[in-house]
Design a binder for this molecule. Structure first.
Ligand code: DX5
Ligand code: ZN
Length: 218
């Protein structure tokens, strides 16, 4: 089954609880944490994750776009994250960081920026629950899907199949009705979508429509 994870980066930050209510049929709530170092933008941190956890039962899919994420794993776990995803490019000791996520009893994810080759996760893929392929350069919502990422999604799908494990393949950036179908065809099974969902007056209908499109791919 394809999972839809609306990214609150494009929601109204002054009314987050309301925004989350508007996407009640979502499988996950994608929360983008940016530190102004790993990416040029700054967003939200631990207190907001903690408040979101109180306001929704939907699991929080926390995407850490921060340098040296190992410093904050325990805190994000305690704040209520269900999945914690770290960037290959941001962690000096990725194996240790993934282990810390698992030890904190969260599902672990590893993310790759568009220019990062898939070989970077070869020796840790067995340890993770999710691989996140960035289909835009991280930092901002509302960018266009990079089509060169399609072969990369296919490659990671093959890597996952070789493990024989149930590892999710998430895509993030520029996902709309058209690119969702392309990504799912290539092997993605978790779709993050920010502006497409939250810039709409009917966010939950956008989710339903994405589901129908994904179902028609098979
Ligand atoms: C970008 C973030 C994304 C972003 C996607 O760095 O990781 O989650 O919210 O936004 P859209 O769907 O608008 O490209
Ligand atoms: Zn994200």
């Amino acid at each position: 089954m394809i999972k839809i994870a609306p990214s609150i980066l494009s929601a109204d930050f002054a009314n987050l609880a309301e925004s989350v209510k508007k996407v009640g049929s979502a499988d996950l709530i994608h929360v983008d944490i940016m530190d102004g170092h790993f990416v040029p933008n700054i967003t939200i941190g631990l207190p907001v994750v903690n408040s979101l956890k109180q306001s929704t039962c939907i699991p929080l899919d926390v995407h850490l776009m921060i340098e040296k994420p190992d410093r904050y794993i325990q805190a994000f776990a305690e704040a209520g994250s269900s999945i914690i995803t770290v960037h290959v490019e941001a962690s000096h000791h990725l194996h240790r960081t993934i282990k810390a996520i698992r030890d904190a009893r969260c599902l672990s994810g590893v993310a790759l920026c568009p220019a990062t080759p898939v070989v970077m996760i070869e020796h840790v893929i067995d340890m993770v629950d999710l691989v996140l392929i960035m289909t835009v350069n991280p930092g901002f919502g509302g960018q266009s899907f990079i089509p060169e990422m399609v072969p990369k999604i296919k490659k990671v799908k093959e890597m996952i199949q070789k493990t024989g494990k149930d590892i999710a393949l998430e895509v993030d950036g520029g996902i709309n009705d058209t690119t969702a179908a392309v990504a799912v065809k290539a092997g993605a099974n978790v779709l993050v979508s920010g502006s497409h969902i939250f810039k709409s007056d009917v966010p939950d209908e956008k989710i339903q429509h994405l589901r129908r499109i994904c179902a028609s791919v098979f």
